[in-house]
Design a protein. Structure first.
Length: 653
């Protein structure tokens, strides 16, 4: 801490370059690290940064690097911890000396490391940990304002003479790449299980910690889910049952209503939620025995998205029991709540033959409807793609896109509610699905470029644009397969083929929203089965594209605004080049609690964009329309559509 960042090492190759590079750090992250180490909120964050780091990093006129001070306003909160700590900083040293073994050394080859910055052969570089070092330095300076004698020990892993002092840092660069590109996030449910243990015997300080305690008791001691709740990272629990992290998130939202009804201690709250879950499982007609190790493949009532919705009903259940003056945890309550939940399922048309609908019916969203209800039929999808693009491959077909809204108007006309007859389409109508797919893919590319350009100046809009880039890819695939959701008709059109003619049929009435439906279409396409880039998009799943987007759209007090300055062309190209080097399938779905999580959002969007291009390249080897638009001119300065292939088995997101 005496050398960095205040006093450059000696000898110093280029101190000004070091300072310019350091000015480009993510200073919000530096503040978060400092707040975490101090376990306190840092107010007036921008002024604090300037006060501590201004004398070190403030540039002279026309000096390169990002402007100073960083445009960060407001306060920075901290992540609670009983033992604030971070992993080793990685440094490389030339010119170090090894002195005699310490007298108390118990291990062979243990020695003290001698570092002498004034030695002409001494040279120290930080391989990985610049944000942690600056965060620790900031925390130290803030703590010394009240306790001047404070010292911080920074855990450090030292590499000695991996690269020659005057040569290129080849091995150091490889270490940085391996550490930052190949690491894998720890399973959230495993972390959730450790939270109560890390807290020791201390009482929970907020609802989040109380939810962790309730979730652990439901997993190990109380209720119908004992031994079934999943911790995927250690393969604990039963497949297709809610994960501990998802369950805890749902419970946290129910605690306020239980507190309001004077259900306040841990045992009472656990018993009440266990009773609600037991009533749900019994009412569904699909409850499994508690010792089961594998669910019926058609049973969905234990899934996270289902049980989260059930726990969301806790306030309504409490109101139901309060109105009838029934004790919250009692045999009478159990009987009445079970009957009430059964009625809820029946009103939602979720009961078939006395049981909750099967997995196949639930996935297809089958509902009674005045319109013909048809399952998603993929048997025509590949042929629809070939015919619609084939219509654009004829010499007489225009290479230009049709006028705005052409396909929407066609579908609105075809889905006339006065007729149930399929509409026979002309070739000029069918080719609109192909051109709409390509235009939607272009929209995805443009949204991705916007996301990258706004990465630093607006995390909010960078994140939203990144999500819509992925969503537009799903729409592009769906249109290519012959699906279109009409906003005005509130119905879905599917194109099928009979005797070489394209027909438009109504797929279903009262369909899900487009942010669910188009992702369902791609997820269910047989060649994409188990492809982790094309998951379902359920907003109730904490780890999903949609839940993360909803958080960005609807959460209040984000307070992350600064002077609007988009990245220049070279920076955009460099950022996309880094994204293109991320191995395929190596990132997980964004988590709501990890907002803005821009990196994962952009990597997923890019890999989905490239997947669409590869998909059409494989199926349209000589199509003139696709050849003309497969690499739009306005994207060529930034995008090469390259991607690293996974060297390991494709993981499941």
């Amino acid at each position: 801490m005496e050398w960095w960042p205040g006093l450059p090492h000696a000898p110093n190759r280029d101190a000004l370059k070091v300072r310019a590079i350091q000015r480009s750090l993510d200073w919000k992250r530096v503040l978060q690290i400092a707040a975490y180490l101090l376990q306190q909120e840092i107010e007036d964050a921008g002024s604090v940064l300037d006060k501590v780091f201004g004398p070190i990093y403030e540039p002279k006129k026309n000096e390169p690097g990002r402007e100073w001070p960083p445009q960060i306003r407001g306060s920075v909160k901290f992540a609670r911890s009983s033992f604030p700590f971070f992993s080793n900083v990685l440094v490389h040293v030339n010119g170090a000396t090894l002195v005699r073994e310490p007298e108390a050394a118990q291990l062979k080859e243990v020695a003290e490391l001698g570092l002498n910055p004034s030695n002409a052969n001494f040279y120290l570089t930080v391989i990985d940990g610049q944000h942690r070092i600056n965060g620790a330095y900031l925390a130290l300076k803030l703590r010394q304002e009240s306790i001047p004698e404070t010292r911080f020990d920074v855990p450090t892993e030292v590499f000695i003479d991996l690269d020659p002092r005057d040569g290129p840092p080849i091995r150091q660069a490889q270490i940085f790449i391996d550490v930052n590109l190949n690491q894998k996030k720890v399973d959230r449910s495993l972390v959730a299980d450790l939270f109560p243990l890390a807290r020791g015997r201390g009482e929970p300080i907020d609802r989040k910690e109380r939810a962790q305690d309730i979730g652990r008791k439901l997993m190990l001691e109380t209720g119908p889910l004992v031994g079934m709740i999943q911790i995927p990272g250690i393969r604990y629990g039963v497949k297709d049952v809610v994960t501990l992290a998802t369950l805890n998130g749902a419970i946290e939202g129910a605690i306020e209503s239980m507190d309001f009804c004077d259900i306040t201690n841990l045992e009472a709250q656990t018993s009440f939620i266990a009773q609600v879950l037991d009533c749900w499982l019994t009412a569904s007609g699909r409850a499994e025995v508690t010792s089961v190790t594998e669910l019926d493949p058609q049973n969905v009532i234990y899934q996270g998205r289902i049980l989260v919705s059930v726990i969301d009903l806790v306030p309504a259940v409490l109101a139901f029991l309060t109105k009838r003056k029934i004790a919250y945890v009692s045999e009478r309550a159990r009987t009445e709540v079970e009957r009430w939940l059964r009625q809820v399922m029946e009103r939602a048309d979720l009961i078939r033959d006395g049981r909750f609908i099967s997995k196949g019916e639930f996935k297809d969203g089958k509902q009674t409807s005045p319109w013909p209800v048809m399952p998603i039929d993929y048997s025509s999808a590949d042929n629809v793609l070939q015919l619609s693009f084939g219509a654009l491959n004829r010499g007489s077909a225009p290479l230009a896109f049709p006028k705005r809204g052409t396909l929407s108007e066609y579908v609105f006309k075809w889905l006339d509610p006065t007729t149930t007859s399929p509409h026979a389409m002309r070739p000029s109508e069918g080719r609109c699905f192909a051109s709409a797919a390509v235009e939607m893919w272009h929209r995805a590319i443009h949204s991705f470029l916007c996301s990258v350009a706004l990465s630093e100046t607006s995390p909010l809009w960078s994140r939203i644009a990144g999500y819509y880039s992925s969503h537009f890819v799903m729409r592009a695939f769906s249109h290519a397969f012959g699906f279109f959701k009409s906003f005005r008709r509130r119905k879905i059109a599917q194109i099928t083929i009979a005797n070489g003619t394209l027909y438009c049929r109504a797929l279903q009435d009262r369909p899900p929203g487009e942010h669910v439906f188009y992702w369902q279409v791609v997820n269910g396409y047989p060649p994409f089965k188990d492809n982790p880039l094309f998951p379902l998009n359920n907003e109730r799943d904490e780890r999903s594209d949609c839940a993360h987007r909803n958080f960005a759209n609807y959460i209040d007090h984000i307070n992350a605004f600064q002077l609007l300055r988009v990245l220049d062309d070279d920076r955009i190209k460099n950022e996309i080049d880094k994204i293109s080097r991320i191995r395929r399938f190596s990132v997980t779905l964004p988590e709501r609690d990890a907002y803005p999580d821009i990196s994962d959002v952009q990597i997923l969007a890019y890999q989905r964009i490239v997947s669409f291009q590869e998909f059409l390249d494989h199926r349209l080897t000589s199509n003139r329309f696709w050849k003309n638009y497969r690499h739009p001119v306005w994207s060529k300065p930034f995008l090469s559509f390259n991607i690293e292939n996974s060297g390991i088995e494709e993981p499941t997101l």
